[in-house]
Design a protein around this ligand. Structure first.
Ligand code: P1T
Length: 379
């Protein structure tokens, strides 16, 4: 089945009760049993829920995996991955990543005795410099949030395999429309399904997808034992979102390209970060591992002035100044004071998250309205 068919049909079948094409929202905690243990595969909704299971099957299908798991948020999904580890274990993570992921790693899991190495992965061979006998997990986010760096997933997977460690890829920015990390050798795919998978800025959710059964069993155990599941209504909404993922992503990519190209010519703009530019340091890798370049664009303005950057985002009218990304509407953010404020200034500046950096989640509106909005705000 091709991707554009999988988003609609992958892992799905009509509901067995009445043939409903969309799974009903099974808003129930529990299921009647004829005798203790005598149930129809569903005993309690933390463990299994038919609406969530329908979504999890769709997630596995669109990522070319075998097992999907849905959680109450992206961070809850990352939290579940880290619970595979034990005190003394080490993680090698990209140094340019979502601020909340960094906060979870450094302010929760470091206290449980796990060591994190935050390293530049533009050249993936750098990962190998940090591998030792305690390394258990490599954490890759690509494209990265917010600098749109590209990490070579295949190269990272080769290092992970050589040393017998897990490779997890945060596929939030790309989505499986653009890249399918399991096919490139990753072990675990993670999503903030809050973003493009849901696609309408109305659900907070996380997801994991794996191929390997043993790994799936461990993650299912953690999902059920820790309990950070999502509810049936949210499962329904994200399943509905996935059905238009390919159509939305195509337009996000077209508009992203138009905005990046416009900004690159603007006299007040210092630098535009978008992997579709030939000048992007890992453009060749992006071209090889992604189908297109996505709808996320970051840029800095000349003078690197904090107050001017704030003024600019406040002036936008079609773009909404807000956290988050990946919805049909265009959003603008100021990472230094918003999404990445939990990263110390000197650390974030090392990766390029400077005071004038603005991140755009380019939506699927008419591109001329988006460009006109940027034009008046940059005015
Ligand atoms: O917000 P949540 O669903 O818990 O997902 C966390 C997360 C994980 N990974 C990436 C790449 C993300 O971008 C996020 C969430 N990011 C934002 C809220 C943001 O505005 O960048």
């Amino acid at each position: 089945m091709k991707f554009n068919t999988k988003t609609i049909h992958g892992g799905q079948k009509p509901d067995p009760a009445y043939g409903a094409v969309m799974p009903p929202i099974y808003q129930t905690t529990t299921y009647a049993q004829s005798t203790p243990g005598g149930h129809k595969g569903y005993a309690y909704s933390r463990s299994h829920n038919p609406t969530r299971n329908a979504l999890e099957n769709a997630l596995a299908s669109i990522e070319n995996g075998n097992f999907g798991f849905a959680f109450g948020s992206g961070l809850a999904a990352i939290d579940a991955i880290l619970k595979l580890l034990k005190p003394g274990d080490e993680v090698i993570s990209t140094n340019d990543l979502y601020g909340g992921t960094y906060r979870l790693f450094t302010q929760i899991f470091e206290d449980f005795g796990i060591t994190f190495h935050f390293v530049g992965m533009k050249n993936a061979s750098n990962i190998e410099n940090y591998v030792n006998a305690n390394t258990k997990l490599i954490w890759v986010e690509t494209p990265t949030n917010p600098m749109l760096n590209i990490i070579d997933i295949k190269a990272a997977a080769n290092i992970a395999k050589k040393h017998g460690v897990l490779l997890a890829v945060d596929n939030t920015f790309a989505t499986p429309y653009l890249q399918q990390p399991l096919d490139l050798g990753a072990d675990i795919i993670m999503h903030s399904a809050t973003k493009y998978l849901g696609g309408h800025s109305d659900v907070v959710m996380g997801a994991l997808v794996v191929k390997d059964k043993d790994l799936a069993n461990k993650l299912y155990f953690i999902q059920n034992a820790s309990g950070a599941i999502c509810g049936p209504q949210d499962s329904f909404l994200v399943l509905r979102g996935i059905k238009t993922l390919h159509v939305r992503m195509q337009r996000h990519c077209e508009n992203g390209k138009a905005i990046a190209t416009y900004l690159a010519t603007h006299p007040k703009v210092e630098k535009v970060y978008w992997p579709g530019f030939k000048e992007h340091p890992n453009h060749a890798i992006a071209k090889a591992q992604m189908r297109d370049f996505g709808g996320m664009v970051s840029f800095t303005t000349k003078g690197n002035n904090y107050a001017e950057a704030i003024q600019l985002v406040e002036k936008l009218k079609v773009f909404t100044l807000a956290e988050s990304l990946g919805g049909v509407e265009s959003l603008a953010g100021h990472p230094a004071s918003m999404t990445h404020a939990s990263i110390p200034k000197e650390d974030r500046e090392k990766t390029g998250v400077v005071d004038s950096l603005i991140r755009l989640s380019v939506g699927i509106e008419d591109e001329t309205d988006l460009i006109a909005d940027l034009q008046q705000a940059l005015g």
